[in-house]
Write a protein that binds this ligand. Structure first.
Ligand code: FES
Length: 104
């Protein structure tokens, strides 16, 4: 008898590149970027980890989770450029390149 599997192991992986640090990792779809960074030595700083301080502002290329209203408000206050996101609020849903934001 054939059984189909619905395990999370079949979820696609996504490639995340930290450009400034020369670090590339493949992670499961849905990984929180701040969880990934916790295990890596990258030059990305966090403060509040809730989307209010702006410390983690980065430039992101690739497919990302949509910005929450709080993130949109914080990014607006910071005067960030299009493509800048708060790393603490990002969920990895596709291949990403993470660079320092131009306004930091
Ligand atoms: S760590 Fe404060 S906004 Fe991301």
């Amino acid at each position: 008898m054939l059984a189909s599997s619905s395990s999370s192991a079949e979820r696609p992986s996504c490639r995340v590149e930290f450009v400034a640090d020369g670090i590339v990792r493949d992670v499961p779809f849905g990984t929180l970027l701040q969880d990934l960074v916790r295990d890596l030595e990258v030059s990305l700083l966090f403060g509040c980890r809730r989307g209010t301080c702006g410390t983690c502002l980065v430039r992101v290329e690739g497919e990302t989770s949509p910005a929450t209203r709080l993130e949109q408000e914080t990014v607006l206050i910071l005067g960030a450029e299009p493509g800048d996101r708060l790393a603490c609020r990002l969920v990895v849903i596709g291949d990403l390149k993470i660079s320092p934001a131009s306004s930091t």
